[in-house]
Design a binder for this molecule. Structure first.
Ligand code: ADP
Ligand code: PHD
Length: 460
């Protein structure tokens, strides 16, 4: 049995962090499939290597050479600390320099290739460091594992047949080495071009490998002791979550718990592999276990509260909308024409609101989109609401308890926070509210206070 262990950028930011990672690996022989991110921030005002690579791809002449220099220094400092020879380090330097000379189909393909270099080079370096410590370790590229993707170059979607390909090669790969080191965040499309997942996507690679290797566990190492009930940047010293279900995590990460990528839950669910989120800086702490619903027992009412500002809403009013056959179909056909997906669509008798991820609707297409909707659907009122935040309150405990929504609404009303929309998820484990962006953090604090403030410390 193996464990897949993913180390985030903060866990690999410099040689000190690398050392902690080596310790963590040595503590459990099952930790053999290692997924790495690019080096992250060493201190709050630092720049992640992925962001330096974006500058390297699209900056002006000065920015480009500065970015290349800064990137190489990040890897070099780690290599030197572990006595990786210049000769072994040279390919890393060359790879980085060659990026600007390769042929790319278009700018998006080029950007993806540059971004992926952060993980690619870090995985090569990690394998070198392990070898320099006398361990047997091998860099394994996603192409060797048969991981393929489709869709946008910078927002790729996994091909489902990747799992069987990983399974086919997994035993062989582990037979002659203790560790395989796989770069997270990217894979290849049918044409053999590099594509990345969305930002934070090394979590997704880890989950794919956990399923592909039929791992006993997927351990995700980061820089917090656990997943908290609220973003620690919004609520001071929030309550730690010891255990939660897959679907709670999926809803919370989708809505803004950036500690774990929402798409990374899916492979784990499909193969029913438990996920543990742990702190590289305090690995002895239990962290947070994310597990199937059937294993889960808890008395708590809600598990977490989160808000996110990257949404916008289209409010549409038309009398007798409810009587018009095919109204929603026509609306969705317009969105389809524009290649836009939507997030939610709560509706009433004469109106509906469509909530979009802002990245889906650029300012360039917005006027035409609104005009088409107005003309083709003969709407009475059409309003684009840019100032929109979604507040999500999630918990398995909400399903069986009466009065939770009343408490949420009361808590917000006490602080004069207006609710623009309210929607209970069909699974009944989440309630979603639309609020103004400038009240979103305050709304999180109010809900947190209502449900958690009386309970102090870590959950038992
Ligand atoms: N509910 C939450 N619980 C824990 N961390 C959270 C939460 N919401 C946001 N975060 C943030 O997520 C960060 C960890 O995620 P990330 O930066 O992607 O780490 P990594 O570098 O390990 O990939 C934490 O430092 C914290 O600021
Ligand atoms: N390095 C990529 C992918 C990733 O998952 O990074 P991190 O583990 O630092 O969140 C990014 O910054 O988006």
């Amino acid at each position: 049995m193996v464990k897949v262990v993913k180390f985030g950028g903060s866990s690999l930011a410099d040689a000190t962090q690398y050392r902690k990672v080596l310790d963590i690996l040595s503590q459990d022989q099952h930790r053999r499939v290692i997924v790495v991110s690019a080096p992250g921030k060493r201190f709050p005002s630092d720049t992640k290597v992925t962001d330096l690579l974006i500058k390297y791809e699209n900056g002006d002449e000065n920015e480009v050479s500065l970015a290349r220099q800064l990137i190489i220094e990040r890897y070099q400092a780690i290599a030197e600390a572990f006595k990786v020879s210049d000769q072994r380090f040279e390919p890393i330097r060359e790879y980085l320099s060659d990026l600007v000379n390769l042929y790319y189909v278009n700018r998006k393909a080029r950007l993806a290739h540059f971004k992926a270099a952060g993980e690619h080079l870090n995985a090569i370096l990690m394998a070198e460091v392990l070898q320099a410590q006398g361990m047997s370790a091998r860099f394994v590229d996603p192409s060797e594992l048969g991981i393929t993707v489709h869709g946008d170059y910078n927002n790729a979607i996994l091909d489902q047949n990747s799992y069987s390909k990983i399974q086919d090669v997994s035993a062989n790969l582990l037979s002659d080495t203790d560790y395989i080191v796989v770069p997270g965040f990217y894979a290849y499309n049918d044409a053999g071009e590099v594509c990345t997942f969305s930002r934070g996507g090394s979590d997704i690679t880890g989950a794919i490998l956990a399923r592909g290797f039929q791992a006993e566990m997927y351990e995700n190492f980061t820089d917090v002791d656990s997943i908290y009930s609220a973003n620690p940047h919004v609520v001071k010293h929030p309550h730690s979550i010891r255990e939660m279900t897959y679907r709670e995590m999926r809803e919370l990460s989708y809505a803004g718990f950036s500690v774990f990528h929402d798409e990374a839950i899916i492979p784990a669910i499909e193969a029913q592999i438990p996920i543990v989120v742990k702190n590289t800086n305090h690995p002895a702490l239990p962290g947070t276990l994310i597990e199937p619903e059937q294993n889960f027992r808890s008395d708590r009412e809600i598990t977490g509260v989160v808000s996110s500002n990257h949404f916008a809403a289209l409010y549409l009013h038309k009398y007798l909308l409810n009587r018009e056959v095919g109204f929603t179909l026509k609306l969705l056909q317009i969105l389809y024409r524009y290649g836009i997906s939507y997030e939610h669509m709560p509706s009433g008798i004469d109106d509906l609101t469509i909530i979009f991820d802002k990245n889906q609707v650029s300012n360039a297409i917005l006027p035409n989109l609104l005009e088409d909707i107005h003309r083709e659907l003969q709407t009475d009122q059409l309003e684009w609401i840019d100032d929109y935040a979604i507040l999500m309150i999630v918990g398995e405990g909400m399903r069986d308890k009466v009065g939770i929504v009343d408490r949420i609404v009361d808590a917000l009303a006490r602080d004069q926070i207006g609710i623009q929309m309210i929607n209970q998820g069909a699974s009944r484990i989440s309630t979603m509210l639309g609020v103004h962006q400038n009240q979103a953090d305050q709304a999180v604090r109010q809900i947190y206070k209502e449900f958690f403030e009386s309970k102090v410390g870590v959950e038992q």
